[in-house]
Design a protein around this ligand. Structure first.
Ligand code: PLP
Length: 455
């Protein structure tokens, strides 16, 4: 008989003290941290050690897409632990076969094969390597103001206030401008703009060596961490045409936008476009187990029939993650969560627009499905941001942070982040009443930002 592993229960102060002593927190200045100690979670809520309840209005880091503590996930994961917890990647397993086939069914067009890894950054690293190896070309074009992860390659293609940490970055990565209708970098207005943002992609590809040199164009279909920025209709169709013309792989980073977040399985489907590669993670298991996927069209996969795929991780296709991913997709389907995101997303958008009417600090409201951003400004006319959206270094709490702090006090959690956009991305299981409650809390917190406007 195997021995029981001892479980110890610490009080909140001990947990906080031990973490601060032994854990290096991601993205943080370590001095002065005072983390909330989370005790347990159920459905759309989590609870601290005093029993206080918080509505999770950003699905943690936009991964808890069907809420916390789902018994079906517990069953799928625990049954897999005792049957086969993990197998080395050359072995075939039932959960891996099931999940890969399910992904082929839900991804657009002829996207069929998947390379599995464990984080969004790794999914993008895999995509970069796929593009370089499949085309024999080196250059990767991505957009300023994107976030793809914190490993060196993923950070090289990213471009925001965090990039300095990996500079000089990997070579042959080039950035270009992306669409941002609220602050169009071309000074134009849709639809009279003739999609300058898409034409610009063609210019950059040509200048960078076109068919001969450019391996891939990578982007989030809807920018996530840097402000929930949805492109104008026609942008993705045009970019798809351009990529095909120059034999450039089109890679969509659907790490945040995948799995129903925007009201479709994958956000790129809003524009009827089939990318060559989709990199995804987060919602793929609803956050229950770390998992990421780099899914590719058949022609890309075929390149590796006679060419070695020189890439891998010990935990590629981890059996528990495979079981979790397959169970998660069954849950999305059984509970109709993709359509639910589209429907409740419309309601969330309506309510967010009502907030904008009342609060001068909200300059723009945008998004799709349950992925809605409130961009905070000092002045609606000039669109001066309420604070520098990107900032390298430590700064006193911004108006946005104060609003989020007040909301947290009132029991509504929204993830922070640097840009001056509040990201509303609740679990797809959110109810209308819960949306109303969160909007009421924001209604009471937003005067903090309004007070900093030039009305
Ligand atoms: C669009 C996007 N891509 C990639 C990543 C990186 O994912 P991970 O943190 O799992 O490496 C993120 C993380 O937030 C993301 O939002």
């Amino acid at each position: 008989m195997s021995k029981q592993v001892t479980e110890t229960h610490f009080d909140a102060d001990t947990i906080r003290k031990d973490e601060l002593e032994y854990v290096l927190y991601p993205w943080m200045f370590q001095k002065g941290l005072n983390p909330l100690v989370m005790d347990h979670a159920k459905g759309n809520y989590f609870f601290d050690t005093t029993g206080k309840k918080y509505l999770d209005f950003s699905a943690q880091f936009v991964f808890s897409n069907f809420g916390h503590g789902d018994e079906r996930m517990a069953a799928a994961i625990s049954q897999q632990v005792t049957r086969l917890e993990n197998a080395a990647s050359p072995f075939a397993t039932e959960p891996k076969a099931r999940l890969a086939k399910l992904l082929a069914e839900i991804t657009p067009g002829d996207i069929k094969k998947t390379y599995f890894s464990t984080s969004g950054a790794e999914a993008n690293e895999g995509a970069i390597k796929l593009a370089r190896m499949a085309t024999g070309k080196q250059k990767i074009i991505s957009r300023w103001g994107g976030y793809y992860g914190s490993t060196l390659g993923a950070m090289a293609i990213s471009n925001d206030y965090r990039n300095w940490a990996c500079e000089p970055s990997i070579p042959s990565v080039v950035h270009c401008l992306g669409p941002y209708c609220y602050r169009c970098p071309f000074g134009a207005t849709y639809p009279n703009c003739d999609l300058q943002c898409a034409k610009h992609v063609e210019d950059v590809i040509r200048f960078e060596g076109g068919v001969k040199r450019v391996a891939a164009f990578i982007s989030e279909p809807i920018v996530g961490a840097n402000g929930i920025i949805s492109p104008p209709d026609g942008y993705w169709q045009k970019v798809r045409e351009i990529c095909s013309k120059y034999e450039v792989l089109l890679i969509c980073d659907e790490v945040m936008t995948g799995f129903g977040r925007t009201g479709r399985w994958f956000a790129i489907e809003h524009w009827g476009v089939v990318p060559d590669v989709i990199a995804t993670a987060k919602g793929i298991t609803g956050g229950y187990v770390p998992l990421a996927a780099t899914c590719m069209r058949e022609w890309v996969a075929k390149e590796f029939e006679d060419k070695q795929w020189v890439h891998g991780h010990t935990y590629s296709g981890h059996t528990l993650a495979m079981a979790a991913g397959a169970a998660a997709i069954e849950i999305y389907k059984a509970d109709g969560l993709i359509q639910r995101s589209a429907d409740l997303g419309e309601y969330l958008m309506e309510r967010a627009l009502e907030l904008q009417e009342k609060h001068p600090s909200i300059g723009d409201v945008r998004g799709k499905g349950l992925f809605v951003g409130l961009e905070l400004v000092k002045d609606r006319k000039t669109k001066e941001p309420i604070h520098e959206p990107w900032f390298e270094g430590q700064r006193p709490p911004t108006a946005k942070m104060k609003v989020l702090g007040k909301a947290l006090q009132e029991g509504v959690y929204c993830l922070p982040g640097q840009v001056s956009v509040i990201m509303l991305a609740p679990p797809l299981t959110i109810t209308k009443d819960e949306i109303d409650h969160a909007m009421d809390v924001f209604d009471k917190a937003l005067p903090i930002a309004d007070a900093e406007t030039k009305r």
